[in-house]
Design a protein around this ligand. Structure first.
Ligand code: APR
Length: 257
């Protein structure tokens, strides 16, 4: 497939001092990480994500919820960053300042070489105590989960003996304040903002590109499907992030690839 990158976008990136990437599940899809809604298979097919990703669900049945997240963590640990993660990391070596703001709870941006990634929805590998919030160090190595997963008792806190919960932001919870403030600040100061692989459905993250668009920043969307951001983005690059992002890098910085 030939990808055409608009010359105006190439020109904008040549002079950009600060570029922001807001990423979602679509950026990890080509690494084989099922999106949130696709993750409801095996033991969990009778549930919706919204039924498992809440504090109430954990209080009701912590083994079910911990087992689901450990299964997802295992999938992430077995996955590798894809061409989109790598292109985003490579752009940081060409532009004075790059911020990656992600809704993903995996660590594939970091493993591709991106630094200071802002995780708006937390991280699978940063669990903490449900009772006293003390961080919990996981056992090294990949959790050994059977195909389809299993119920699993969460570990207990070595400070208060409470149960350890996944390090993600559940429905109904606040986003981490420092990450959110840093994300707003980055969107307030950037020249170009990319929204890559997100449905633009989940607030408040979906509002970030609109903040930038209101300042007449160049907003670029990379997605094979249309979203509510289509009409606000200056450029809609339609296709898979793993194809579009490396093509964009080669078009903008041909001597560096
Ligand atoms: N490249 C780019 N985009 C893709 C690709 C791909 N290869 N494959 C799918 N997409 C797009 C889909 O078209 C969709 O718009 O990725 C988007 C994924 O949307 P969601 O599953 O809604 O993921 P996201 O936007 O990250 O959801 C935000 O909602 O489920 C909660 O907390 C969860 O962080 C998540 C948040």
């Amino acid at each position: 497939m030939t990808v055409t990158i608009p010359p105006e976008l190439i020109a904008a990136l040549h002079v950009a001092k600060k570029v922001v990437f807001l990423t979602g599940a679509g950026v990890s899809a080509e690494s084989g990480i099922p999106t949130f809604r696709d993750a409801m298979t095996g033991l969990w097919e009778r549930y919706s994500a919204e039924q498992l990703a809440t504090a109430d669900a954990f209080t009701r049945d912590r083994e079910l919820v911990w087992g689901w997240y450990e299964w997802r963590r295992m999938q992430v640990m077995k996955a590798e960053p894809n061409a989109a993660h790598r292109a985003i990391a490579a752009i940081a070596s060409q532009v004075a300042s790059v911020d990656v703001i992600t809704q993903n709870v995996d660590d594939l941006h970091e493993r591709a070489g991106s630094h200071n990634v802002l995780h708006l929805h937390g991280q699978l590998n940063r669990p903490f105590c449900f009772a006293c919030r003390q961080p919990h160090a996981l056992q090294p190595g990949t959790p050994d989960e059977p195909e389809g997963g299993r119920r699993l008792a969460p570990p207990q806190c070595n400070r208060c003996n409470g149960y350890i919960r996944p390090g993600v932001v559940w429905f109904g919870e606040m986003l981490p304040e420092a990450e959110w403030n840093a994300a707003v600040e980055a969107c307030d100061a950037c020249d170009v903002l990319f929204s890559v692989g997100t449905s633009s459905l989940v607030q408040p993250a979906a509002g970030l590109p609109l903040l930038a668009a209101r300042r007449r920043v160049t907003v670029v969307q990379v997605n094979p499907n249309s979203t509510s951001l289509d009409s606000h983005a200056r450029f809609n690059l339609v296709g898979a992030a793993g194809v579009i992002m490396p093509a964009l890098f080669d078009a903008v910085w041909p001597a560096s690839s």
